[in-house]
Design a protein around this ligand. Structure first.
Ligand SMILES: NC(=O)c1ccc[n+]([C@@H]2O[C@H](COP(=O)([O-])OP(=O)(O)OC[C@H]3O[C@@H](n4cnc5c(N)ncnc54)[C@H](O)[C@@H]3O)[C@@H](O)[C@H]2O)c1
Ligand SMILES: [Zn+2]
Length: 374
């Protein structure tokens, strides 16, 4: 893997056939011509966005889309994971029905992962499926959620419990949108980026660590390189396994315990923060099995500090986290599908993780338990 970006559009394939392109741009200018290529002249387009992103970018985007399609409408819902629900999807269906959207029309997901997941799910199900494009505006959505066609919503606080695979027709990234992203959200994206290195590419992991100061200063060239490299890693994984029958599950590194913490904290902690805690826990299990050295394990943990991600939680019982982990949907025949590391950049699926191992890892993160290693 080369660690310099080529700044070209990236095609994504399924079963050897190109299905869409990921475009990396510094403004919205080229969206017009890329959309024209999708033959939208007679289509109605609905921009789906949240209250934060809509206030910043929906106006500009509407102006651009109006030039190339038949009509543009905007559906805005309140920002936040707590709104990634079937209730919001219901309101969106209602909007589409009232606006007479039919099968040939298209949705435009403008926002972070919440908007992308929800819009993709509505697109997968409205009239048995209409097309959509992704315009990801958070770092996390750019490097992770906008690529790969996994869509869905939370149900009764169970993360991503209802969903569908539905591929976008295009992913268009305006890198300059990251300028308005709050710091805390920016670092959540870093959680998923570090994850990419940890599971698949030790060289990239080192690359990110070496550029910590450029990244935290949001140097635009470094961010562009980083987003492109991360997209290539994610693309490689989803192309090899579009429906998560095998290796794609590696992307869930950190998500098994992470989702449990996210749910028990009632979404007070952000997704990327929970994932970062979750992968320290998974690394802990790997370390205790002597698959990672002590040095490697503590470097993984300490990188969270460098990128302003948590290394501990409080206010939760470790046993409750264990129980919630076992309720997560990544179970197969009663056994949790855990992602562990047998070295930096080398993740694998393990179905033999015991309750004791999970508890020890969670206790390590639990700020209220005297830490065995401090
Ligand atoms: N489908 C997948 O494969 C996949 C992968 C990873 C994560 N996810 C999902 O993604 C979600 C998390 O995504 P997220 O972290 O982007 O959360 P998010 O969509 O809630 O966005 C984070 C916050 O940043 C704001 N925001 C986004 N872009 C902005 C910008 N440019 N300027 C100012 N504010 C901006 C949003 O309004 C929101 O308040 C979770 O629901 C997670 O389950 C899905
Ligand atoms: Zn995630």
């Amino acid at each position: 893997m080369k660690y310099t970006a080529e700044h070209k559009s990236l095609p994504v394939h399924k079963e050897g056939k190109e299905i869409y392109q990921i475009h990396f741009e510094n403004d919205f200018e080229k969206l017009e011509s890329y959309l024209s290529e999708l033959d939208v002249k007679t289509k109605k387009l609905c921009i789906v966005t949240d209250s934060n992103v809509g206030a910043l970018y929906a106006g500009t985007l509407t102006g651009i889309l109006e030039k190339v399609c038949a009509r543009v409408t905007v559906f805005t819902f309140p920002a936040g994971e707590e709104n990634k629900t079937l209730d919001t999807v219901r309101n969106l269906y209602e909007h589409l029905i009232l606006e007479h959207f039919d099968r040939k029309d298209m949705l435009v997901a403008l926002g972070g992962g919440v908007v992308g997941d929800l819009t993709g799910y509505a697109a997968a199900t409205y009239l048995r499926g209409i097309s959509f494009i992704q315009v990801p505006t958070s770092l996390l959505a750019q490097v992770d959620s906008s690529i790969g066609g996994k869509t869905g919503v939370d149900f009764d606080r169970y993360k991503n419990m209802v969903g569908a695979f539905h591929q976008p027709k295009m992913v268009y990234m305006n890198m300059s949108a990251l300028k308005t992203l709050p710091d805390e959200q920016f670092y959540c994206g870093m959680g998923e980026i570090l994850k990419h290195g940890l599971i698949k590419d030790a060289g990239y992991y080192e690359w990110v660590i070496e550029r910590m100061s450029e990244i935290t200063e949001r140097d635009s060239q470094t961010l562009l390189d980083m987003v492109e490299i991360s997209c290539k890693i994610k693309r490689r994984v989803v192309e090899q396994d579009p429906y998560e029958k095998g290796d794609r599950a590696l992307l869930n590194f950190g998500h098994t315990i992470g989702h449990a913490i996210e749910k028990l904290k009632n979404f007070e902690l952000l997704h990327g923060q929970c994932v970062a805690l979750g992968y320290v826990a998974a690394a802990h299990i790997s370390w205790k099995r002597e698959l990672l050295s002590t040095e490697e394990f503590f470097e993984i943990r300490d990188m969270n500090v460098g990128f302003d991600l948590p290394v501990s939680f409080s206010g939760l019982d470790s046993k409750d986290i264990l129980d919630a982990t076992k309720l997560d949907k990544k179970m197969e025949a009663g056994q949790i599908k855990f992602i562990l590391l047998k070295g930096i950049g080398r993740a694998y699926i393990d179905k033999t993780v015991t309750d004791e191992e999970i508890l020890a890892a969670v206790d390590f993160l639990n700020a209220e338990i005297e830490d065995e290693n401090e």
